[in-house]
Design a protein around this ligand. Structure first.
Ligand SMILES: Cc1ncc(COP(=O)(O)O)c(C=O)c1O
Length: 460
């Protein structure tokens, strides 16, 4: 008998331990969000029903990760847990030096402290917010060179995270002396969770070689990126995802990592590279800020959980479910006429707030308005990725970001399909009343990364 095939892609796990959700009323949520200065980062998480603020550190760990935690060895120096972690990283990213950090931005801070500085220029497809902030904090300039299709909210380009290779070449010709490293973010989070193709990585590497530049990956969602390559790139179908990841790694000289994403950790990160001298400089800073090089900012048990997470994230059944379940939400919203970024990315669905709220000018933050409305209506916490996050320039001026998006980031292995059906319903409900939503103004903001802590009030 031939193997029957079924349309439904199921969660490749069953539930082993549960956490209660707290039901709240719309009146309670309105009061809570006012109290939080209309900033969803400032809410108490207990007041949130479905938390799609981020996919970072919020995933469910597996039975085998919890078991690995018991194996953690907390020796200050030379812990066996470090070597288990290092070998699991090297299985996919075979770099000479693997330096643990407490999360991704700590890796960025260390690397850009060594490589950045006034007058330097760092190109990336699109810098993530912490990456941009860490580059700019050193006085260097962060330049985004994603392809033109990657700046369009809609389209069907299979690799909208790709770098514009000729723009990179032109930048390196003009200002190459000042470029210490070229970065590629896989998948491209700020550009909609869009993947980068192997062909593009190869072309970028060739340009870097021609100009004698290092190429680094910001590899938080490497497995999701590799799955997209397997699904979409000619010649890659049917390949093992781990092999594709190793191909991606081989095209770069090193990486920064937030292990709170694809490695399935609640905390963690790392820096990895071949260059001995650079690694030495990074380790020296690590000791100053994070800890001894065999634990970085982590406990031995965290290192063990990450090693196990790395083995789980490259499993095809997991990745098929992961990418399909994100697409499920995006496709349902698209069918309901809610403007979403297409194609749907790997870890999140991005609502196009500028298109949904054309009456709210970008400098009155349509993304913020939509995100607050989703919370008030249904307790769904999302994240503005637009003018609030990217509108303040280093010289103090404010200008509209390229897009005003609201990201529904989906934590790994955490919510079921009925949770997602509820989210879809809440979005449809708010979209039907979009013309009633008003803009916001900022009443207080910090000098950098303002979206985390700024206070807002509605424009009358
Ligand atoms: C692409 C990208 N780079 C870097 C980071 C920073 O990582 P962390 O939050 O662990 O500091 C993130 C986090 O969301 C990210 O998505």
């Amino acid at each position: 008998m031939t193997e029957p095939t079924f349309r439904t892609v199921i969660e490749p796990f069953r539930i082993h331990s549960v956490e209660p959700l707290r039901m709240t009323t719309a009146a309670h949520r309105r009061a809570a969000v006012r109290e939080a200065g209309n900033n969803l980062f400032r809410l108490h998480a207990e007041d949130v029903l479905i938390d799609l603020l981020t996919d970072s550190g919020t995933g469910a760990m597996s039975r085998d990760q919890w078991a690995a935690i018991q194996h953690g060895d907390e020796s200050y120096a030379g812990s066996p847990s470090y070597y288990i972690f290092r070998d699991a990283v090297r299985e996919l990213f075979p770099y000479e030096h693997v330096i643990p950090t407490h999360q991704g931005r700590a890796a960025e801070k260390i690397l850009f402290t060594v490589l950045g500085g006034p007058g330097k220029v760092v190109p990336n497809n699109t810098h993530f917010d912490t990456t941009r902030a860490n580059v700019e904090y050193t006085g260097a300039e962060a330049v985004d060179l994603v392809i033109a299709e990657g700046r369009e909210p809609r389209g069907d380009h299979p690799f909208k995270g790709n770098m514009d290779v000729s723009a990179l070449d032109a930048l390196l010709r003009a200002r190459g002396h000042h470029v210490p490293v070229v970065f590629m973010t896989v998948t491209n989070n700020s550009g909609g969770g869009q993947p980068v193709s192997l062909a593009n990585l190869r072309a970028v590497r060739e340009v870097c070689d021609a100009h004698g530049k290092r190429l680094f990956l910001d590899a938080c969602r490497f497995a999701e990126n590799a799955w997209f390559i397997r699904e979409r790139e000619p010649g890659q179908a049917g390949r093992d995802v781990s092999d594709i990841v190793r191909d991606m790694a081989a095209l770069a000289h090193g990486m920064t990592m937030s292990a709170k994403k694809d490695p399935m950790g609640n905390i963690g990160g790392w820096l990895a590279m071949h260059d001995d001298a650079l690694a030495q400089q990074c380790r020296n800073l690590l000791i100053l800020t994070e800890g001894f090089p065999t634990y970085g900012g982590l406990a031995g048990r965290d290192l063990e959980a990450l090693a196990q997470g790395l083995r789980e994230v490259v499993q095809h059944d997991y990745l098929r479910y992961r990418i399909r379940s994100t697409a499920y939400v995006g496709e349902a919203l698209h069918r309901a006429g809610v403007p979403v970024l297409t194609p749907v990315g790997g870890h999140a669905v991005y609502l196009d707030a500028r298109a949904l709220l054309p009456h709210v000018p970008p400098l009155q933050y349509p993304g913020q308005s939509l995100a607050v409305a989703l919370y008030e209506a249904g307790g769904v916490r999302s994240c503005e990725i637009g003018t609030v996050m990217f509108g303040r320039r280093p010289d103090g001026a404010e200008e509209p970001a390229a897009l005003d998006l609201v990201r529904l980031a989906i934590p790994r292995r955490t919510y079921t399909q009925s949770h997602m059906d509820y989210v879809i319903e809440v979005c449809e409900h708010v979209a039907r009343r979009a013309d009633e939503l008003t803009g916001y103004r900022i009443v207080d903001e910090p000098p950098a990364l303002r979206h985390f802590t700024a206070g807002f009030e509605p424009v009358a």
